[in-house]
Design a binder for this molecule. Structure first.
Ligand code: ASN
Length: 500
């Protein structure tokens, strides 16, 4: 592994800006790393080497011609395969979109291109972002770089694995119920769910539109903040985009202090179902915050226990509506269209073959929850629970500045362990779902190892208080790195590199 792929995005940006290295060299180093390890990790679904090098050379030319470029110009980024890219396929991990080439870029894709970031490729994911392990991808499972027999989390597991395996310094994901924070936690990296509406959903293939939130993955809190800042800001193409200044996340990540901050420990997120190693690392992180000058109190959020069941009514309901667009006429797969069948028959055959079992399960759940006679009992009730969870957050944030919990109750589980047990899979998002239901920002930062596997600390803040999660996350990162003598990821076993 070359030194270049171990650098942070901030370091790479500075090295490229000073001319010590070029965007082309950085891109080549990452392409070599992908070639050497992705056969084992399977983080990427699409990589177009020539296109990567052409993008990098174009950035080097822009710089040579004196163009003013941002701090991440020339730095590679990998996109979850749910962001449309006009020069690469976009499948959302589904057979139904296999081979689809979007005619346009998502706003986030376009903004990062304009800022000079180089798109390395598209990463694997659970089909339509439904899952917590990437095992629901139609294109094979991604492996956790810490232990290749385990999952990298999900649904954005390709993006977390790519960053943890040094195949990319930065990646994007989407978090509907935890799909950025949970994979970040179990691969020992940083992942952020911004405030809902703070990151554009335009060109992001929709799962549950009132919950879907694009966000960054990185190996440091500062890198995540730099990426967050680079793609954020109001987007008139997304009707739920917030027209307010972007919270000062980079400044907050540099500030990295917690003195005088009030930190609330969520009482409901402990006990049965939490691995002892996860609870122990979490308790130590809370002590650390106290030793850094934070005032720690326990806070009760009584309705958080209903978040998971409410989510599994709301998210499938929205999905059943959003996924109706895959009708065999407009995009991707078309099965049985031999001139003898009606459009309805072709649609039914295509959807039966094109969607995997988890997607079908959710379409059925959602269609049922929205059906006449059941709507008020299920969907309507779940929306009321959402209001109660929002009130829990509001009253908590009258007492404290941030809330903390473990990101997910367990470390990375073995591939196959939960594949046939959807309920066990859903529990991975127990602690992350409340902030999706209400739009609050939250981060996961590494807080240690349990039996050799990474544990994540979740920090949640009030809506539009994204800077606060970066400030506290960076303080924890700095203090733990001082204690450990370096980043947690340095503890990960080296992956064997395939010969060229
Ligand atoms: N997509 C997500 O953010 C969450 C979740 N694991 C789900 O399956 O719905």
């Amino acid at each position: 592994m070359t030194e270049l792929v171990r650098k942070t995005a901030a370091e790479l940006g500075a090295l490229i800006a000073s001319g010590e290295t070029s965007a082309a060299e950085v891109a080549q180093a990452h392409l070599d790393r992908i070639a050497a390890v992705d056969g084992q990790v399977n983080a990427f679904l699409h990589v177009d080497r020539d296109n990567v090098l052409a993008q990098a050379r174009a950035v080097d030319e822009r710089r040579a011609s004196g163009a003013a470029l941002g701090p991440l110009a020339g730095v590679p980024v990998a996109h979850k395969d749910v962001f449309t890219t006009r020069d690469l396929p976009t499948t959302a991990g589904s057979r139904i979109l296999e081979g689809w080439r979007p005619p346009y870029d998502a706003t986030i894709t376009r903004r990062l291109r304009d800022a000079g970031l180089v798109i390395l490729g598209k990463t694997n994911m659970d089909e339509f972002a439904m899952g917590s392990s990437t095992e629901n991808s139609a294109f094979g499972t991604t492996h956790n770089p810490w232990d290749l027999t385990r999952v990298p989390g999900g649904s954005s597991g390709g993006s977390s694995a790519a960053v943890a395996a040094y195949e990319a310094p930065l990646s994007t994901g989407t978090d509907t119920g935890g799909s950025i924070r949970q994979p970040a936690a179990v691969t020992g990296i940083v992942g952020v769910k911004p405030t809902y509406g703070g990151s554009s959903r335009y060109g992001v293939i929709a799962f549950a539109s009132s919950l879907d939130t694009p966000g960054p993955f990185a190996r440091t809190v500062l890198d995540a903040a730099l990426l967050h800042e680079a793609f954020s800001g109001h987007d008139e193409m997304d009707s739920t985009s917030i027209d307010r200044p972007v919270p000062p996340v980079v400044e907050a990540a540099r500030r990295a202090d917690v003195a005088g901050l009030r930190v609330g420990v969520v009482k409901e997120f402990a006990g049965d179902g939490y691995e002892p190693g996860v609870s122990a690392r979490f308790a130590e992180a809370v002590e650390l915050l106290e030793s850094l000058g934070a005032k720690v109190v326990e806070v009760s959020c009584p309705h958080f226990s209903y978040a998971l069941p409410a989510y599994y009514l709301i998210a499938p309901s929205e999905a059943s509506s959003n996924l109706a667009r895959f009708d065999a006429m407009r995009y991707g797969l078309r099965v049985g269209d031999d001139g003898t069948r009606s459009a309805e028959e072709v649609m039914a055959l295509t959807r039966a073959e094109g969607f995997g079992p988890e997607v079908k399960r959710r379409i059925m759940l959602g269609t049922y929850a929205l059906s006449s006679g059941y709507y008020d009992a299920y969907y309507g009730k779940a929306q009321q629970v959402r209001t109660l969870i929002n009130r829990d957050f509001e009253s908590a944030f009258e007492q404290v500045d941030v809330l903390v919990s473990p990101t997910t109750p367990t470390t990375a589980f073995p591939i196959g362990e939960r594949a046939d047990d959807p309920m066990a899979m859903y529990l991975a998002d127990l602690c992350t779902i409340p902030s999706n239901l209400t739009g609050n920002p939250a981060i996961s930062v590494p807080c240690g190892l349990a039996d050799g596997l990474p544990v994540g600390l979740q920090i949640m803040a009030p809506v539009l208080g994204d800077d606060r999660v970066y400030r506290v996350g960076a303080a924890v990162e700095r203090a733990l790195e001082d204690r450990w003598g370096g980043p947690l990821l340095a503890e990960a076993p080296e992956l064997a590199e395939a010969a060229k």
